[in-house]
Design a protein around this ligand. Structure first.
Ligand code: MIC
Ligand code: SF4
Length: 637
């Protein structure tokens, strides 16, 4: 009866009974971190006072902040390398590739649980690993051997039937799913893929689909582990990691959908949301200014080979800037050796290093009012670094073909070869440093690495003003923007707090300081997008005590709890309309907060009382009382 994810979750269950909708604690086999969230995670790990990590494998990647425009990023990288060595964590050097792509190639394994401090960790679901994104603190706890708690999710089955037409790719499958389910459609759910169509998809193609499952808000996405999985592992010389894994024939799902692959057409996610999906026919001929190919969504060997084949013998349109980054050193070396890179360079593409790059706004911001086609997974407002730009998410085929023509063009008309299977990928792990656990070696901390701010214990009463009121689907990019100006401060909360909500309310920081913090009022799906805990940690630093929203995104809600900020939801959504910024709200009796209990919020300014709900477990309440997870751990050491 169990579905695929239920099998893996139950095998890893270490706390509580497995009941759908209730909190369960599971053992984590592998963890990954990346530099933008990693410095915080390792500072937190150090604060836990353990000797070395307790997982089967933990690895620290450097792929986000590689633009060393000052000492800050370089200092972070050194700190990460030293702390990894001291605690038994593998270290993937900058330039070795994007965490999710490298992990898929070299470490991810079917049936294993993986927790990563990045929301696209589910990419490894393509190989049958139950892989989830979480805040850095949760990942640090997993490294320390503690269980990871999640709500036993609802399950969704998406049956894929038939094969894709040439020019239509797995990116179009996930864009179709986003169109069907929306950016909120996966919250509290795990998406499983099945059907005869699965056997036609390679592991990197499956990984593209699981990668963008993050944009559905899903806990994770998962493919079975089959013959294709085995042949990918053989190509990576890791056949020993193979286990066959399928859902039971009579598995019962909460929701089921079918997609006929041969009916799919190339698609685009239009600005500024990954679920704003249209068929290519609706936008054919629109003038394109920039094309960017890469990111953890579409930077595999197969993706790059398709791109090279489309570009071969052609010239990029004079009005288009095409930037390309391979997902890993492995991909870059392979396309270098077989000559495909030369075809790409000859066409006039700009070659970037194998990192996240433009996806996280680290360079390549498009021109004002640009139309930028990107093979990435997020087109949130402002993420590209150019506020007036229109960013569309597309397949590598649309990207490459449109770059030649200078307008949105249908890749079904392109003349290109399907990628030939290779016997073996190029294996060279020399940029992955094995730890030697030497505790005596000094861990160097540059001046940008500041001590972690710690919250106070929860007060019985919160009597404070509303600092900001925001609408539905506020992303972590709205709360804690990324980009080249901000990312260097990921290990400096005082500094990064100056940027919080800068594109929504430029004086948010100053208003919080003047009022000693207060509340955030929000619509649905508050905190969707990335796992960056800075979107909770910096508001905590600014004195935010509670967020009252219509609903929350999973990872962000967990991050709020980890840093001692109360996540509350309106009982009556209409109450949202009556609250204004700078209203004074009073919540009492928090010291007796109990599981399932509603709370009263008195709006002193409007003389109105609202009921708010809290969906918190007993552990969540304990953590909140202590002022966050780190305080709780320290208290109990
Ligand atoms: C992103 O895509 O937004 C990031 C950057 O990878 C984040 C993590 C971060 O903010 O550092 C994510 O997706 O979790
Ligand atoms: Fe990096 Fe972009 Fe992937 Fe985030 S979504 S991990 S920034 S490539």
């Amino acid at each position: 009866m169990p579905t695929l994810c239920e099998k893996i979750l139950q095998q890893h269950l270490v706390e509580n009974e497995y009941i759908k909708g209730q909190s369960i604690g599971i053992k984590i086999d592998q963890t990954l971190t990346q530099d933008a969230t990693g410095t915080m995670a390792y500072l937190q790990l150090e604060a836990m006072g353990i000797d070395k990590v307790k997982t089967e494998l933990s690895i620290s990647y450097v792929d986000h902040n590689t633009l060393q425009s000052g000492f800050e990023n370089a200092d972070d990288h050194k700190y990460l390398q030293h702390v990894a060595n001291a605690y038994g964590v593998y270290f993937s050097k900058p330039g070795n590739g994007i965490c999710h792509q490298v992990h898929l190639e070299r470490f991810a394994a079917p049936g294993k649980t993986l927790l990563g401090s990045d929301s696209h960790t589910p990419t490894a679901g393509g190989i049958g690993s139950l892989a989830m994104g979480a805040g850095g603190l949760d990942v640090a706890c997993a490294m320390a051997g503690k269980p990871f708690f999640l709500i036993a999710p609802k399950t969704v089955n998406i049956e894929l039937c038939g094969t894709l037409q040439k020019g239509v790719s797995s990116k179009d499958i996930i864009l179709k799913v986003l169109q069907m389910l929306s950016v909120k459609g996966g919250v509290g759910k795990i998406i499983e893929y099945s059907g005869d169509g699965v056997s036609h998809l390679s592991i990197p193609e499956r990984a593209t689909i699981c990668n963008m499952g993050a944009e559905l808000g899903a806990t994770t996405s998962l493919f079975p582990s089959d013959e294709k999985t085995l042949s990918f592992l053989k190509q990576q010389q890791r056949a020993h990691d193979y286990v066959a894994l399928f859902a039971d024939e009579d598995a019962v799902y909460d929701e089921s959908y079918t997609i006929e692959l041969n009916t799919l057409t190339p698609m685009l996610a239009m600005p500024h949301s990954p679920d704003n999906v249209v068929a290519i026919d609706e936008v054919l001929g629109m003038k394109v200014d920039q094309v960017a190919i890469g990111s953890c969504t579409n930077s595999s060997y197969d993706d790059l080979m398709k791109v090279a084949s489309i570009l071969k013998g052609n010239t990029i349109h004079p009005d288009v800037s095409l930037a390309i980054s391979c997902g890993s050193k492995q991909v870059l070396q392979m396309i270098t050796k077989n000559g495909a890179l030369s075809d790409i360079i000859a066409s006039g593409a700009r070659i970037l290093e194998s990192t996240c790059g433009p996806c996280i706004g680290m360079g390549q911001s498009p021109i004002s009012n640009a139309l930028s086609l990107r093979t990435f997974n997020r087109n949130f407002y402002g993420r590209s670094g150019t506020l007036s730009a229109q960013v569309c998410l597309v397949s590598p085929e649309i990207a490459a073909y449109s770059a030649i023509h200078g307008v949105v063009s249908d890749p079904r008309l392109a003349d290109f070869e399907r990628t030939k299977e290779v016997d073996y990928f190029h294996i060279d792990d020399r940029m992955i440093i094995c730890p030697d656990y030497d505790k005596d070696k000094e861990i160097i901390r540059g001046p940008n690495i500041k001590a972690l701010p710690i919250n106070d214990e929860l007060d019985d009463i919160i009597d404070k003003k509303v600092m900001i009121k925001v609408e539905d689907n506020i992303t972590t990019d709205h709360i804690a923007p990324a980009g080249a100006k901000v990312l260097p401060y990921r290990s400096n909360i005082e500094k990064i707090s100056e940027f919080i909500f800068q594109n929504n309310k430029a004086d948010f920081h100053d208003v919080c300081i003047a009022n000693n913090g207060g509340y955030i009022i929000a619509g649905h799906n508050y905190g969707q997008g990335s796992s960056r805990e800075h979107a909770a940690l910096a508001p905590m630093y600014l004195g935010i005590k509670a967020v009252i929203a219509k609903s929350f995104a999973r990872i962000h809600k967990a991050n709020l709890i980890n840093f001692g900020i109360l996540p509350l939801t309106f009982n009556d959504e209409a109450d949202y309309d009556t609250i204004e910024e700078m209203d004074t709200l009073i919540i009492k009796d928090l010291s007796t907060l109990a599981i399932g209990q509603c709370l009263q919020v008195y709006n002193k300014t409007k003389d109105k009382t609202y009921i708010v709900n809290q969906e918190l477990s007993t552990l969540d309440i304990t953590l909140l009382r202590a002022g966050g997870t780190l305080n709780h751990i320290k208290k109990n050491q």
